[in-house]
Design a protein around this ligand. Structure first.
Ligand SMILES: NC(=O)c1ccc[n+]([C@@H]2O[C@H](COP(=O)([O-])OP(=O)(O)OC[C@H]3O[C@@H](n4cnc5c(N)ncnc54)[C@H](O)[C@@H]3O)[C@@H](O)[C@H]2O)c1
Length: 249
């Protein structure tokens, strides 16, 4: 498939986990990928994987909480490529703490990366996309819609992503920009590395998931790539649950 031929895609948190998977897939399908991450070594490694496979990628140091770094990333993309067609706001962090145990600093850190980072991405890249249209995919979580104990700040931050997505979809549609969100269930990535080796912990975390296993990053990428592509030309403001049925029951 070459759904992203002649397109430029920026993926945040692309140095690891699902972001890496999204970046590799978009590149494999023809996109020039701006691999954006706060971790330079991991980001550069993903760029290396893409170019070694014959794709096109550049690394962009980007802490999504930093407005100035978003501006730099957009200026560089505009200078080097002219525009950005696809933005995947994937970067995210989690803190495993209950509401009563979460400090204000921890709350603000999670909100800064997950919510403010997504807002800044929509705003800065949305402004760049205005002239020619584009597609934005925001990565939320099943935990942005369904309650579970022990991740209070994370849940609030992903709930914000859900509404940032819908308001951006409503406002940017007139510029031919589609904005959708993807809500993964439990995915085998470094984010949950403390649990993956422990079948009991995984079983507990799966909760009401109907498909009784962790997702592979590529299974989330399948939906991200669809929403980013022209195949989803009539899809905007939508929330795609990719959670093995977690939110069904
Ligand atoms: N793994 C899961 O089970 C799961 C489930 C639902 C949703 N999600 C969401 O999916 C997204 C990707 O998660 P993952 O599991 O691949 O995580 P991960 O921890 O494996 O990778 C996250 C990547 O984001 C980068 N990052 C962290 N803070 C950043 C910042 N401030 N600026 C730029 N990059 C930053 C990291 O360096 C890393 O490369 C996140 O938004 C996460 O909340 C994950």
């Amino acid at each position: 498939m070459s759904r992203f031929k002649d397109k430029v895609a920026l993926v945040t948190g692309a140095g690891n986990g699902m972001g890496r998977s999204h970046a590799l897939r978009l590149a494999r399908e023809g996109a020039t990928v701006v691999v954006a991450d706060v971790n330079a070594a991991d980001g550069a490694a993903v760029c290396g994987e893409i170019t070694a496979a014959g794709g096109r990628a550049v690394f962009q140091l980007l802490d999504v909480t930093q407005e100035e770094q978003w501006k730099q990333a957009c200026s560089r993309a505009q200078k080097d490529f002219g525009y950005i067609d696809v933005l995947v706001n994937n970067a995210g962090i989690i803190i495993y703490k209950t509401l009563l145990d979460t400090s204000t600093a921890e709350w603000e850190k999670v909100m800064a990366v997950n919510s403010t980072g997504t807002y800044l991405g929509c705003r800065e890249v949305g402004a760049l996309m205005k002239g020619h249209g584009g597609a934005i995919v925001n990565v939320s979580s099943v935990l942005g819609s369904v309650a579970a104990p022990g991740v209070a700040a994370y849940q609030a931050s992903k709930g914000a992503v859900n509404m940032i997505t819908k308001s951006a979809a409503a406002e940017l549609v007139s510029f031919n920009i589609r904005v959708n969100s993807v809500h993964p269930g439990l995915v085998a990535t470094p984010m949950i590395k403390d649990f993956v080796g422990d079948p009991q912990a995984v079983e507990m975390l799966l909760g009401p998931t109907l498909i009784r296993r962790l997702a592979r990053p590529e299974e989330i990428t399948n939906v991200v790539a669809f929403l980013a592509s022209d195949e989803a030309s009539y899809v905007t403001g939508a929330a795609y649950m990719v959670d093995g049925g977690f939110s069904t029951v």
